[in-house]
Design a binder for this molecule. Sequence first.
Ligand code: PMP
Ligand code: GLU
Length: 420
Amino acid sequence: MSNPQLSKRASTLKPSITVALNNRAKAMKAAGVDVLGFAAGEPDFDTPQPIKDAAIKAINDGQTKYMPTLGDMKTRECIAEKLVRENGIQGLTGEHVGIGTGGKFSLYTAIQALIDPPAIGEDPWEMLLPTPAWVSYRPICELSGGVVREIPAGPESDFCITAKQLQDAISPRSRVLILNSPSNPCGTMYSEAQIRELGKVIHEAREIAPNLVVLTDEIYEKIVYGEHPHFSIGSIPEIADRVVTLNGMSKAYAMTGWRIGYAAMPGEFGKKLIKAMGTLQGQMTTNITSFNYPAIREALTNASVADTVEEMRLAFASRAKLIQSRLAEIPGITCPTPTGAFYVFPDVSSLFGKTTPKGTKITDAPSLSEAMLEEAHIAFVPGDDFGGCGGNHVRISFACSDEQINAGMDRFKTFVESLS
Ligand code: PMP
Ligand code: GLU
């Protein structure tokens, strides 16, 4: 008698390396190992108090029941107003905004609402993905039946693709273009001029790729500290009706555990897409936790929260400088200046082919990360699952104290110098 089998979908899906490594580092720490974790994609700060107070008040006031699937209109309108006011995305109302259980889930329902598996004899829909890119975009696309077409970028361009590269990648099967600035894992961002050039290509592609929609993941928009301010592609009027803006509360407001994300798109198609995402969500998770809605409004409108967000930004800016200067001391390690999010993504390929004092051969980024975790007790994320040139890199999150950055970079330097 044979045993029951899992679906192909579940058994072939690759686990998220960022989630897995972070959990592993935490488990080692809990078991008493002195691990310095640099794998976490989350701010080390606590959620600002007024946001917590708003949720606690909502619980005490009895806001503890089911709510409209995409969120109450007051909160959807509050997000629309934020996107108009801060991001310059015109023509948004509450109906153009849907709130889901984390940016990851809003991304999932957006892709499920846009990409179908191919009909027999048809080519699949393509998702254009500038790489290296966050690990979850590819699996989410593949779960919907689409295929990924990578547009590779490297450290020489701060991991930004060019307008020409985008133009060359677009075809009648292009369905979604992912943009993520500031970038996870690269820690770099596009300038307004670069985004406008990409926008021009999107505009000119209306004939050849009539179904192409830009999905711009702006979850790190508040964590910027280079020469370029954050710029939203959805604010370019000529293409605004083709742009879904994805964001959430996790990173800017240190609210990763609250699980709140949202998507917004103006125009008639925008309303239709958000409604379709709501239909999907209504069969999967329904509304987000009901007492989180007042907390969202508090985060987006309270001036003292904005001050706290600025303090966190300044802390990330100073840590970025610190980690960059510490990495520069390590022989053979290079990386572009971090300008956004809280990651650096150094090229570590000069270490491949070397051996650790315990005799472990370093052949690639995963074997390097494994040896560092086991032998030096530092957790970095190997870059392979981010795609493109990621296999030559590791991702280091600096959402941690200066002391930890200094201690971790000391260990990293000692480890590199010990290789033969
Ligand atoms: N996009 C990017 C680029 C991210 O790094 C993350 C972090 N996991 C998300 C989206 C989703 O975050 P969340 O689900 O916590 O909103
Ligand atoms: N986005 C974070 C990261 O990249 C959290 C983990 C995840 O969801 O991928 O580490």
